[in-house]
Design a binder for this molecule. Sequence first.
Ligand code: TRP
Length: 334
Amino acid sequence: MSRPRVLSGIQPTADSFHLGNYLGALRQWVAMQDSHDAFYCVVDLHAITVPQDPALLRRRTRVAAAQLFGAGLDPDRCTVFVQSHVPEHAELAWVLSCQTGFGEASRMVQFKDKSAKSGADTASVGLFTYPILQAADILLYQTDEVPVGEDQRQHLELTRDLAQRFNHRYGRTFVIPRPYILADVAKIADLQDPEIKMSKSASSPQGIIDVLEDPASIRRKIGRAVTDADAEIRADEKTKPGVTNLLRIYSALTGESVAALEKRYSGAGYGTLKKDLAEVVVDAFAPIRERTEQMLADEAQLDQMLAHGAARARKVAGPTMAAVRDRIGFLSPA
Ligand code: TRP
């Protein structure tokens, strides 16, 4: 039996992925490369929906790819590629944008949030059509499952609607993908503001731990994480969000349940918990950082690995796009 196909994407917009990315996405991606036929994409086309410095974008695209390999994605067991290396993404996005209602696209809440930040008038049309490009990413590969966070649910709904609409209008062309919403344990909060998600755009540097961060800085940030005054090590999202977050991170990285941790640390102070947690995080990230640095030290080889990934991706994306061109009624070039 063939394995279900998965596809997911991550933007190359930071100098490092952070702990939330790692627990919420990367780690699951690594696990899925054996149970699934997995495609993972560094989405540079999505990155330019907001202004990017060209040299920095190129650098961050390599850093993102190197971290994916560093975290354990194996180019022999899955397909890792850069979105812009596969021109079918942009091509299918255009066709799908012509199947999308303007009102339908206008209901995407992530666009409303993001454009509200920059001011609706300065937001690009690309930011507006971002979810349609995401649908193209997914549908090109006849994807069965899309591992994403809860915040992507609406984009997945749009993707499914577009696939069904296209199949209905033009004949069966796309697999209808299912969201694979990553579990609650993976919900990592900001260390300084545990009411919000750890995120590149919303968190302060003190609230985020980067995968590539040096150990001294990881220890400092965890040591200064916001807790509460009652000094009891117990998970309670409502009244003790800071401590709950620390326990969740600990549990997610070690596999020990939150309940077991509560027991083990009962009577201990926050300082002890933080010290131990810092070592858990440092130990988890040290090998990833080391492998990432090795990969970045040989850019030619990294670029070769990405060329190999793109060639594999095009083998799937090419035939899908050829079918789309034919169904839509484009004259094939002689
Ligand atoms: N929008 C996704 C995010 O912000 C990234 C993404 C782009 C993606 N294309 C995708 C995720 C395709 C899953 C599948 O997390």
